[in-house]
Design a protein around this ligand. Structure first.
Ligand code: HEC
Ligand code: HEC
Length: 340
């Protein structure tokens, strides 16, 4: 039952492929409990308001673009351009996937009161981003990365909301997300209210700061391979191999410090890769959001790299310049898979 949908979803790629992970994670976890029956856990909305300071606007724009890359899911781009260029106004939304009885829409998050979120309160937007509950109390399909975003600090959340609120209104009437019955109930178990203050990220060391940036940048959603049941494979964190279906033949890279990963990188090369979208002469596919990440500050990129240096080195050859072959380690077909 649910798995047929998951298979269908398997054909969507890039950002869309994240859908798989969450559906599967939900369908297979034993902690599903009673939520599918009694509905999601959620907290009531408060009347809090985030003061729109210039500093928050600046920080919010930086987070939305460079760090958390919201827009590939919430705007239309010409992905064939290098780098991709916006086709319409930012935040106007897009249909991410549509097939059979299922449709996943990255909604209009501009200030348009009718087709966007212009009428939502600050706290409603904040709750949607970190806790996965829409203004009307419904559960957001977890392709919206709220499971990562729940770790966003309170002050960063305020900045992000201030920036999102400032997006010029775009009137774009998109169809609604449509999820078949079983999955629509299963996802009720995903949202978890954030009831404790989330402190500022620990920037006392580049590694700790980098861990925060990697979480907000959702690196693991693409770079950690998943098994046949779309569960992240334990012991293969950030080891790559996950195939991006929207970009045929493109698998996410092994970004662990192993020799088969990015062990040979130094900080300068990492920064150059993100800033240029090329690893020396080899160009990176647009699915990798280097074209948004390249606006990260030097310090933030250095922290991100410092963190990547600390993850477990894992041997897993992945090379998109080679023809895809079956890989025993991750179960996917990717370049050099037969050498693992
Ligand atoms: C991987 C794709 C993806 C990314 C990245 C993403 N979103 Fe979303 N977002 C979605 C989808 C899909 C939905 C709608 C889910 C549904 O309809 O059930 C959504 C819903 C929302 C909503 C609720 C809007 C409504 O009308 O229901 C808000 C607000 C939102 N996202 C803001 C953001 C912000 C801010 C960021 C970046 C910090 C972001 N999103 C990043 C996919 C994404
Ligand atoms: C939406 C999916 C996606 C997300 C999110 C993502 N990546 Fe990637 N990344 C890819 C893909 C796919 C490739 C391989 C591209 C290619 O070979 O053309 C890649 C390649 C890379 C490379 C180049 C490795 C090499 O030498 O070949 C680095 C470095 C990298 N990613 C780091 C990161 C970091 C750090 C994050 C999080 C901040 C991140 N990526 C988030 C999909 C993603």
């Amino acid at each position: 039952m649910a798995w047929t949908w998951v298979r269908r979803l398997a054909r969507i790629g890039g950002y869309g492929i994240l859908i798989l992970l969450v559906v599967a994670a939900v369908a297979l976890t034993f902690t599903v409990g009673w939520r599918p029956v009694i509905g999601a856990k959620k907290r009531p909305l408060t009347s809090r308001k985030f003061e729109a300071t210039a500093e928050r606007m600046r920080r919010g724009a930086y987070l939305a673009h460079a760090v958390m890359h919201c827009m590939p899911c919430h705007s239309t781009y010409n992905e064939k351009a290098e780098p991709p260029v916006l086709l319409s106004r930012e935040g106007g939304g897009r249909v991410l996937y549509e097939e059979g009885g299922i449709r996943i829409v990255g909604p209009n998050i501009t200030s348009d009161p009718e087709t966007g979120i212009g009428n939502w309160s600050d706290d409603a937007i904040a709750r949607a981003i970190r806790e996965g509950i829409a203004a009307d109390g419904s559960v957001l399909f977890p392709v919206m990365p709220y499971e990562h975003f729940r770790h966003l600090s309170d002050e960063d959340l305020a900045s992000l909301v201030v920036f999102i609120r400032s997006l010029p209104a775009v009137h774009s009437d998109l169809p609604a997300t449509k999820v078949p019955f079983v999955i629509s109930r299963l996802i009720q178990s995903v949202p978890r209210p954030v009831t404790e203050p989330v402190p500022e990220p620990d920037v006392s060391s580049p590694v700790k700061h980098g861990a925060y940036l990697a979480d907000m940048g959702t690196c693991s959603d693409c770079h950690t391979p998943v098994n046949a049941k779309f569960q992240p494979i334990p012991g293969m964190e950030l080891a790559g191999g996950r195939v991006m279906v929207s970009a045929p033949g493109v698998a996410a890279a092994n970004i662990t410090p192993d020799a088969s990963g990015i062990g040979y990188y130094d900080e300068a090369l990492f920064i150059r890769v993100i800033r240029t979208g090329s690893v020396r002469a080899r160009k990176l596919n647009w699915v990798m959001p280097w074209w948004l990440m390249r606006d990260m500050t030097d310090d933030d990129l250095k922290s991100l790299f410092a963190y990547l240096r600390t993850v477990k080195p894992l041997h897993h050859l992945v090379d998109n310049t080679e023809p895809p072959t079956q890989c025993e380690l991750c179960g996917q077909k990717h370049g050099l898979g037969n050498r693992n």
